[in-house]
Design a protein around this ligand. Structure first.
Ligand code: SUG
Length: 445
């Protein structure tokens, strides 16, 4: 029974606009020339690599960008091309916000609970409101439509709309949620343990000084309630504010879990000892926390190399594999630590595979950001929209679709070109046919 990774396809407007303060890579690469075609092909190559490792793989479509709807809501009027032209002249930053391909980071699309963990034994998904950054806050309505199309069977799936958009309910989705399990990550009829991580909580003075804490405890509590999780099987943990100030804007930049294993940096949690003790008590004796000390991998190296944004997956015949970005191969401290972890027989990681995801990485999106983990039984996996199940032939169709519709490069000035909207719509229209999803986009209605 599979734990499925649903990766989002990188959208045709992929660019570097420096929109996310607190995300070091986004700020560093602002204004550079992006390569959307290469970005989308790199993402598809990761999906193919996991599929070949025997890991169940799903596909999610990107969102329509630029968002003419956002620009209209903010007062730009006229026909679609005029709206874009006006925004380009009057407020290019706003146009960049309306043009980001940020929905590629599917770990922020929603928080997902396995049917084994939910009171009504259905899979629950809550769309993330992503309210801290405008370019991400506009994702929620389309994410909800998309998830409803992919997880349409209401006897098995419940898709909840995003939480109300308020500071106290800031929700960044599964990037701040890890499902641990005493045996493996695949649903086996017994419940798992949910670790929800937040950057701030009402009444708690511990907050980062430099960068925004995007995720609120109160959002995680609401999601746990909505999904009908057993409070005795849930752990809430505050991120170490020093980590956020060093560029750890989501927990998946500093920790990754799989089955009974939690791989984390020393600075991941503010109350580390209490958090690990609570997890050990709930997961049971098989729980294994592997901590990477700052002395071995300084927080700056962890943020630069994105070691903890690796995926941990189970490959039949191989065992647990770390899917790491090539940047972590190039950073000497990180590389040495990975070699040490894989060689250590007491660490349940059998092998490492390095993936080139440079285009997404330059915006702060590594392997784990690009995927939404959905633990499913065989029956539930069979009920997911069939066109979204990754296969070698789908890989081929999607690769040639990318080559046909995507631009080689986009630099910030290109966002003023209204033909990008037409190209993007033509691409997405064709994509909904390939994936068999029907008319999920506003422009198709
Ligand atoms: O929200 N970057 C994304 C990266 C999200 C990574 N996701 C996880 N860690 N799960 C963000 O900061 C940058 C876009 C730009 O600057 O053009 C951006 O939105």
């Amino acid at each position: 029974m599979p734990e499925v990774n649903f990766d989002s396809i990188v959208g045709p407007t992929h660019n570097y606009a420096g929109l996310s303060p607190g995300n070091v890579a986004s700020t560093r690469h602002r204004g550079e020339t992006a390569r959307p075609r290469e970005a989308a092909l790199q993402g598809l190559a990761k999906m193919a690599a996991l599929h070949e490792l025997g890991v169940a793989q799903g596909v999610l479509p990107p969102q329509e960008r630029p968002s003419v709807a956002l620009l209209r809501a903010l007062g730009f009027a006229g026909r679609d091309h005029e709206v874009i032209g006006r925004a380009a002249r009057e407020d290019p930053v706003l146009l960049a916000r309306a043009s980001s391909a940020s929905s590629m980071w599917a770990a922020n699309a929603a928080t997902v609970s396995a049917s084994d963990d939910c009171a009504d034994r259905r899979v629950h998904l809550t769309v993330a409101n992503l309210r801290t950054m405008l370019h991400r806050a506009i994702e929620a309505p389309q994410t909800e439509r998309t998830l409803r199309a992919v997880f349409a069977d209401e006897t098995r799936f419940v898709v909840h709309p995003a939480l109300p958009s308020a500071d106290v309910l800031g929700d960044e989705g599964a990037a701040n949620h890890t499902r641990l399990h005493a045996s493996g990550a695949d649903p086996d009829g017994t419940p798992g343990i949910d670790l929800f991580v937040h950057g701030r909580a009402e009444g708690d003075p511990r907050r980062p000084k430099l960068h925004p804490a995007r995720h609120a405890l109160e959002a995680s509590q609401a999601v746990a309630r909505r999904h009908g999780l057993d409070p005795a099987r849930v752990v809430f943990a505050l991120q170490d504010p020093r980590a956020i100030d060093a560029g750890v804007f989501h927990n998946d930049v500093i920790a990754v879990g799989h089955g009974p294993l939690l791989l984390h940096h020393e600075l991941a949690f503010a109350d580390r000892d209490e958090v690990l003790a609570a997890l050990r008590a709930r997961v049971g004796p098989s729980f294994r926390a592997v901590e990477v000390k700052s002395a071995r991998v300084p927080i700056e190296s962890a943020v630069k190399s994105y070691l903890f944004n690796s995926q941990l997956v189970w490959s039949p015949g191989v065992g647990r594999v770390l899917i790491a970005p090539t940047e972590s191969q190039e950073d000497p401290a990180t590389r040495a630590e990975i070699d040490r972890l894989v060689a250590d027989p007491s660490v349940p990681i059998a092998a490492v595979r390095f993936m080139n995801l440079r285009e997404s990485m330059r915006n702060g999106g590594g392997p784990a950001c690009l995927r939404l983990r959905v633990p499913l039984t065989e029956g539930e996996w069979g009920a997911v929209a069939s066109g979204c199940r990754f296969s070698a032939s789908l890989h081929e169709r999607l690769s040639s679709w990318v080559r046909r519709f995507y631009r080689e490069s986009i630099d910030p000035r290109d966002l003023a070109d209204p033909s990008l909207l037409d190209e993007s719509r033509a691409a997405l229209d064709e994509l909904t046919r390939i994936l068999g999803l029907g008319s999920i986009y506003e422009f198709q209605r």
